[in-house]
Design a protein around this ligand. Structure first.
Ligand SMILES: Cc1cc2nc3c(=O)[nH]c(=O)nc-3n(C[C@H](O)[C@H](O)[C@H](O)COP(=O)(O)O)c2cc1C
Length: 179
């Protein structure tokens, strides 16, 4: 069994990106489990908080999930042509304590959805220096940028478009096969 930790960078109830992550979990091959982690309870990074209380429980949970995973899937929204702050904040926390060792050599794939025409291409590129700094092993053999998401997801953020689902299934199968 191959396990991939999937993280969405949006807290929005009907998030396109969280919906894309759910669809990824649904379409994963039989021998692949995408475990959906949550960044919701991760506080804003504060070095004083870390010094006095250590890593927050939500961060420890994410690190535990990362440690048990064969790969990491980041499903990123794009804000102002970059990584949303809440998502970067979660990864920053996850890199603390034992985190750097967990990220080192970890295969990572990045996908994303946007209502605009460029499908998070700039946010995906923005992740690259972070993934390099964390000494991960980014997976570059597939690309998935979901544009015009408003017409591909329903009001609950569930993916309704078959072509996107097919492309997503191919992406996940390719990533999983590389693990
Ligand atoms: C502060 C902010 C900045 C944004 N900037 C971009 C952007 O640069 N490019 C883009 O494609 N969409 C941008 N958007 C629109 C988001 O793609 C859209 O809100 C999307 O639904 C967010 O992902 P989610 O549905 O997973 O929450 C921005 C949204 C916000 C709130």
């Amino acid at each position: 069994m191959t396990t991939i930790l999937g993280l969405s960078g949006s807290l929005r109830r009907a998030s396109f990106n969280t919906g894309l992550l759910r669809a990824a979990a649904d379409t994963a091959p039989d021998h692949v489990t995408i475990e959906i982690g949550s960044i919701r309870e991760v506080p804003l990074y504060d070095g004083d908080l870390e010094a006095t209380h250590g890593l927050p429980a939500a961060v420890q949970q994410l690190q535990k999930q990362l440690g048990a995973a064969d790969g990491l899937l980041l499903v990123t929204p794009e804000y102002n042509n970059g990584i949303p702050g809440v998502f970067k904040n979660a990864l920053d926390w996850m890199s603390r304590g034992p985190g750097l060792d967990l990220f080192a050599g970890m295969p990572v794939a990045v996908i994303g959805a946007s209502p605009g025409g460029f499908g998070t291409i700039l946010a995906q590129d923005h992740w690259l220096p972070v993934l390099r700094t964390l000494r991960t092993r980014p997976w570059f053999e597939g690309r998935l940028m979901v544009s015009r998401a408003g017409s591909l997801f329903d009001e609950n953020g569930d993916l309704t478009d078959d072509k996107t689902r097919e492309a997503l299934a191919g992406f996940i199968a390719g990533f999983a096969a590389s693990l």
